[in-house]
Every structure is written in C-alpha cells, then in structure tokens.
Design a protein around this ligand. Structure first.
Ligand SMILES: CC(C)(COP(=O)(O)OP(=O)(O)OC[C@H]1O[C@@H](n2cnc3c(N)ncnc32)[C@H](O)[C@@H]1OP(=O)(O)O)[C@@H](O)C(=O)NCCC(=O)NCCS
Length: 191
C-alpha cells in the first residue's frame, strides 16, 4: 500500500466531511467541521504562538489510492517542540522544549478502508513531503485509548515521549526525521 498526498482544497470537503461523522473520529480528533476549520486556520496561523512555540505554517492533504480519496492528514509546523504542564490555574506552561523545526500530525482514514495499511502509508508519505523538508521532529498527540492511532504511529517509527499521559490526558509520540540511535560517541542513522 502506497498512497499519494495531494493538497486539500475546499472542493474536497464534500468527500472528507462524512469521514468526520464517524464516532472514533469525533472522539479522538473532531467533528465534521474540523477539515473546514483547518483550511480557515491555515490562512492566519503563521506567526502566532501556541504553547510556547511559534507556528510557521500548516498543511492539509487528501491521501489518494490511485484516483480514490482514502484519508485526510494535516500538520502544523512550529519553530520548536514543546512539552507543557498545568501552571496550577489550568493554563499551560512550557516545561521543556526541543529546539528544532517540528510538525504536529493528525490524520483519519475513510472508516470503510481502515486496517489495510493506509494510515501507515499516509504518515510515511507525509514524512517525505517537500512541504515539510525543513522539519526535523514529527509528533502526534494521541488519546491513550486510541490503540489504532498508537499502533499506526508506532509502526512508522514514532516512540512515546513520556510513559504517562500529560496534564490533558494525552500521550505524545515523536519521531526524528532521521532516527539517530546514539551508542557511545557515535550517531547511527537508520532508514
Ligand atoms: C488511527 C487510524 C488513522 C489508523 O489508520 P489505519 O489505516 O486503520 O491503520 P493501518 O492499517 O495503517 O494500521 C497501522 C497499525 O495500527 C494497527 N491497527 C489499526 N487499526 C487498529 C485497531 N482498530 N485496533 C488495534 N490496532 C489497529 C494495525 O494493526 C497496524 O499495526 P501493525 O503495523 O503493528 O500491525 C484510523 O484508525 C482512524 O482513522 N481512526 C480514527 C481517527 C483517529 O483516531 N485519528 C488519530 C488521531 S491522533
């Protein structure tokens, strides 16, 4: 299974919107308004600060299996990857940061096409997309009950950043563009 990503436009909303009526998508990502909201956000996001990181761009794609749309994937790009905690009043405070360009990834697969390797293939295609060439760290916030998503990201090399959910009850999985495993003083790059 190898999908191709094409930038999403408003014309694609009619195809994508019904996927967001699915119960799991509503629980773990958002409702039918999500894709339209992401398109609108994309026009204004650059330069804004979110959780201690400056947002530099955002992208949305439709995944195609041949000519057939099978999934939606988006990512927001920031100047760094931050980890936040509750400051005691319910507001986020940055507790650590990785100072490299980062992308926060979210996706959904057409409910009738799940479990066939499409999610995995979509994340691989995103990692190779020219729009995110400058990104060094990819991350995803996942609800601990979302086994399919945890396994999907795990299958393409993402690892849990922390073993326990954060202050909002989310787990974060991250993956460096080039996975480096340090042994002694040597950095090994894996495909
Ligand atoms: C998460 C999602 C995108 C995965 O897409 P998919 O095309 O079904 O995933 P794949 O077929 O590529 O499978 C990837 C891995 O997840 C596993 N998996 C997929 N669905 C699963 C399920 N329901 N339960 C357990 N594992 C599951 C597969 O076995 C595979 O693991 P493996 O490589 O170790 O065998 C899809 O389930 C979905 O759209 N969910 C609803 C929206 C959502 O939760 N998005 C994520 C928000 S962060």
């Amino acid at each position: 299974m190898a999908v191709e990503l094409k930038p999403m436009t408003r014309r694609d909303l009619a195809v994508v919107r019904p996927w967001f009526e699915d119960e799991d998508v509503q629980r773990f990502l958002g409702g039918p308004e999500w894709p339209a909201r992401m398109l609108t956000l994309a026009e204004t996001v650059a330069g804004t600060i979110f959780r201690g990181a400056t947002q530099t761009a955002s992208y949305r794609w439709i995944a195609l299996d041949g000519a057939h749309p099978v999934g939606y994937i988006d990512c927001g790009i920031t100047d760094r990857w931050t980890v936040c905690d509750d400051d005691g009043t319910g507001a986020p405070v940055v507790v650590s940061a990785i100072d490299v360009p980062a992308a926060s990834v979210a996706l959904t697969v057409d409910p009738s096409r799940r479990g066939a390797g499409i999610g995995r293939s979509m994340v691989r295609a995103l990692l190779a997309a020219p729009e995110v060439r400058s990104v060094e760290l990819f991350g995803a916030g996942v609800d601990p009950d979302n086994v399919a998503s945890l396994r999907c990201f795990g299958a393409v090399g993402f690892v849990l950043q922390t073993s326990e959910p954060d202050w909002e009850g989310m787990l974060y999985l991250i993956r460096e563009r080039e996975r480096r495993f340090r042994r002694g003083n040597h950095a090994h790059t894996c495909p």
